[in-house]
Design a binder for this molecule. Structure first.
Ligand code: OGA
Ligand code: NI
Length: 395
């Protein structure tokens, strides 16, 4: 952990040197080396700093609003993450596929093939013409933004890490488990199988969140049908497993970050569930890992971003891929807002594993059977950090 403190000291000294004429800075340095004038600062206490930040209940938005120019040390990511932030320029960036869902009416098999192909390579695709009213796309983003931009007193009421009430607003879901914090705040709302009590959902976004969930569930069921056919299992197989019953929504807010090359908005990770439906605004910053390095998932007006989670990778016996993705820290003065709905099986006590139809002597099951509860407990007690999670259940 030591380097967190060191990194910040270096940063500050370059900062001073670039602003203070050389002779004065030498004088300052000489003066400050005198033991009488400046006692050496206490060592950096990371645990205390993180706790104090959490106790403000203001999130990173609070830090941005305070006008800070340098980010607290515990947001600075390790060198191996930071050196990987700039995309490779030696390769033209591919785009993730965009699939027109309205084509299901006249050429369903072509759409099944497009989805199968995207889900088994990129693990990510966009859908357009999904039938969600453009007004709702706008209003739900606006409502989540409005939640995060409420006065502190309002947000404080739901600032908690626990999910008992089905609603929690928090900066960094993994704040106490991660090596470095990220520049984002999140409102989490449980939508199923037992949804959060309606009164618990903050009023500023209640109506929009409910409508959004209804529409996302509708689109999610269409996609599960197509993904199921893509596995050669018929339209109902994945839906019958209850994969759209357990739904959780997160409304992320990524405020302006004064040092976007020292941190991230959301660490590289895979989603644990079956499927994720994401709505992002026009700011950008979401990236997905491909064989050509990190590529941007560029905002596309009216589109939804879909990605495969670990659970679907496992039950499909790796026909479908759950792929690493991340969000860069936001360098724009305008905050970025995104809303993800995670689809999970409704029953957490049932045993799941690679579907028997997809395993054979030539392609044996790659994973052990497990209960969703065990699976998600592992996820929530660890840092969001890529694929170590599916590996745990590997045979
Ligand atoms: C997530 C996620 C991406 C985004 O919440 O798991 O990957 O753009 N979000 O906020
Ligand atoms: Ni994700």
């Amino acid at each position: 952990m030591q380097w967190f403190g060191l990194k910040n000291q270096n940063q500050q000294s370059t900062y001073f040197h670039s602003f203070i004429p050389r002779f004065i800075s030498i004088q300052l340095l000489t003066m400050s080396s005198s033991p009488i004038n400046t006692p050496s600062p206490p060592p950096y206490d990371r645990v205390k700093a993180v706790k104090e930040f959490d106790e403000t209940k203001l999130g990173v938005k609070g830090l941005t609003d305070s006008g800070i120019k340098t980010i607290p040390s515990f947001f600075i990511h390790p060198p191996e993450t930071l050196s990987d932030l700039t995309p490779r320029s030696d390769f033209p960036q591919p785009e993730i596929p965009t699939i027109d869902l309205s084509a299901v009416h006249h050429s369903r098999s072509a759409v099944v093939e497009q989805i199968r192909s995207a889900a088994s390579t990129f693990g990510f695709f966009r859908v357009i013409n999904h039938g969600v009213a453009p007004d709702l796309l706008q209003s739900v983003i606006g409502a989540i933004k409005a939640f995060h931009e409420q006065p502190a007193e309002e947000k404080e009421k739901v600032y908690r890490r626990e999910m008992e009430t089905g609603v929690s607003y928090i900066s960094n879901v993994d704040l106490f488990n991660s090596k470095a914090a990220s520049w984002r705040d999140t409102l989490r709302i449980k939508m199923g199988p037992v949804p959060a009590d309606e009164k618990e959902i903050p009023e500023v976004c209640r109506k929009e969140v409910k409508e959004w969930d209804k529409e996302v569930k509708r689109v999610g069921d269409i996609l599960l049908g197509l993904l199921s056919e893509g596995l050669g299992l018929g339209e109902e197989r994945l839906i019958d497993m209850g994969l759209s019953q357990g739904r959780g929504m997160v409304g992320h807010y990524y405020p302006f970050c004064p040092q976007p090359d020292l941190t991230v908005g959301l660490n590289s990770h895979t989603d644990p569930g079956a499927l994720t439906v994401l709505l992002q605004d026009h700011i950008g910053g979401l990236q997905v890992r491909t064989q050509h390095g990190w590529i941007n998932v560029k905002p596309l007006d009216g589109a939804l971003v879909i990605n495969i989670g670990d659970f679907l990778q496992i039950i499909s016996n790796e026909v479908y891929k759950s792929v690493d993705h991340r969000v860069l820290a936001n360098p724009s003065n305008e905050p970025r807002v995104s809303i993800a709905v995670f689809f999970n099986p409704g029953n957490r006590e049932k045993l799941f594993g690679p579907l028997p139809e997809l395993t054979s002597a030539e392609k044996p099951a790659l994973y052990k059977d497990f209960k969703l509860n065990e699976f998600l407990t592992r996820f929530f007690n660890k840092e969001l950090d890529g694929k170590s999670f599916t590996n745990f259940f590997k045979k």
